[in-house]
Design a protein around this ligand. Structure first.
Ligand code: ASP
Ligand code: MG
Length: 457
């Protein structure tokens, strides 16, 4: 069996859902389980509704819910055709009646708890999975809707609950496996789940990829397909560098390094349950289904190019912390990191010398407060408008001298920090934000002018 996950833009309207049907129809032999996100933007809108209710703005919430109902009704009408739509309409009405009751209840209490937020957020995937299942049915595909809240079991950390893998796997075997054995195509919502006691949870924004990986891992899928609206992962951002190539094969570790750099294609957590079971994950384009996309696997074929990708992350601030007291002292770094922890600021690149430490963080408004606190320990300077350039490739681990090629190419550019990650497959350095396009283009020309056809398209 395989898992096919379709993201929000792949189910955003009737024509997108028609494409999904065609794609799934072409894979029936492979026994697909279909996992869908909410229609594009719906989770954000539900969030707004929930907050409005929590703040006592019942009117606002109800008005938004009405618009959501109109959109879903239109999509269903366009997809289903007369008799099927008439049958499905009461289902939609009931779902929205329940949503409205929930919003009224939250408004009456005047407080939005994470637990009630999850009840509201779940409607996006409840709706999308029911509409997609109804559409499959109307087109004579052998579909069975599966309620993810019965299949995916989590702890009680509402809004970012953690799946309990063993319990989930046994539910999947009990509920989904028999559907497959009977020749059915299960369609289920991503992102939503429930506690053991059956209370609705969600597993974190963007969590449908994670749902797909959990279902695939639980059922021992041959592959997991993440259907998006891009052709796959690229050697670099095509907006920065029009010569970017599609990466045909990438390792889990490389993909995880890139995920942090806003390769929005894939949520890093997706990778985890799949890695553990050695299941390949494909990133594919629902608008261009014949493109073979990117295959992410534990150990892909070696590439003869030094690098797999060049990523850049802008809006970075460098914080330089210097103190003669740091010399031979212990506990200094701990004191610094404790301060970052208290301000809940995540550190990305770190480099230290005997008397100083430089760190990068995503630019944000809590930095001045953090710097003020650190000033009690040391001299502190911070500077924004920086960027991290990150070079990724398994070959960085094995081929000597790559750094010389990189920095040889950039001799005239001021480099602020350099870090070769412990993962051994990334080399990162920090530069002025304004130099990013030039650096990326130069390095891309240097490292990808002769791409290995087995690895790059
Ligand atoms: N609909 C959810 C979100 O927007 C989950 C997902 O799309 O992956 O976060
Ligand atoms: Mg997504």
């Amino acid at each position: 069996m395989i898992v096919m996950k379709f993201g929000g833009t792949s189910v955003e309207d009737a024509s997108a859902i028609r494409r999904v049907m065609q794609i799934v129809e072409g894979r029936l032999q492979q026994q697909p389980v279909v996992v869908v996100s909410a229609l594009a933007k719906v989770t954000d809108q539900l969030h707004t509704m929930a907050r409005a209710s929590g703040a006592g703005n019942r009117e606002t919430a109800t008005a938004l819910a009405r618009r959501l109902q109109e959109r879903h009704t239109q999509v269903a009408a366009a997809l289903l055709g007369q008799p099927a739509f008439e049958e499905f309409h009461p289902v939609l009405d009931e779902i929205f009646q329940n949503l409205n009751e929930l919003l009224r209840g939250i408004a009456a209490v005047g407080e939005l708890t994470p637990r009630s937020a999850d009840h509201v957020l779940a409607y996006g995937e409840i709706l999308s999975s029911k509409i997609v299942a109804a559409a499959f049915h109307a087109h004579k595909l052998p579909v069975t809707h599966a309620d993810s809240r019965e299949c995916i079991v989590t702890d009680q950390q509402f809004t970012r609950a953690t799946p309990l893998l063993e319990e989930t796997s046994s539910r999947l075997h009990k509920i989904i496996a028999p559907m497959l054995a009977a020749g059915r195509v299960p369609v289920m919502g991503g992102f939503i789940a429930a506690t053991k006691a059956g209370i609705t949870t969600t597993i974190g924004r963007g969590g449908s990829d994670f749902s797909a990986a959990i279902v695939g891992a639980g059922l021992g899928a041959e592959r997991i397909e993440i259907w998006t609206d891009v052709d796959g992962m690229m050697t670099t951002d095509p907006n920065l560098c029009p010569d970017a190539h599609r990466i045909k094969n990438i390792s889990f570790d490389e993909a995880a390094e890139l995920a942090y750099f806003g390769a929005k294609v894939l949520h890093p957590a997706t990778v985890l349950p799949a890695i553990q079971k050695n299941i390949p994950v494909y990133v594919l384009n629902s608008r261009n289904p014949n493109c073979e996309g990117t295959r992410i696997s534990a150990r892909p074929a070696k590439s003869r190019n030094f690098l797999k990708a060049i990523a850049a992350k802008k809006r970075i601030t460098i914080i330089d912390i210097a103190s003669p007291r740091m010399l031979l002292a212990h506990g200094f770094l701990k004191a610094i990191f404790d301060a970052f922890d208290r301000h809940r600021i995540a550190v990305d690149v770190v480099s230290t010398s005997e008397v100083s430490v430089s760190l990068t963080v995503d630019s944000n408004e809590s930095i001045p407060a953090l710097a003020a606190e650190l000033a009690a320990l040391a001299d502190v300077k911070y500077e924004g408008r920086k960027a991290i350039i990150c070079l990724v490739g398994e070959n960085l681990r094995e081929v000597p001298g790559i750094a010389a090629h990189v920095f040889g190419e950039l001799q005239d550019i001021k480099i602020r920090m350099i870090s070769q990650g412990a993962s051994e497959i990334n080399l990162s350095f920090v530069v002025e934000e304004e130099h990013v396009p030039e650096i990326v283009q130069r390095l891309h020309r240097k490292f990808f002018s002769d791409p290995d056809p087995d690895v790059f398209a």
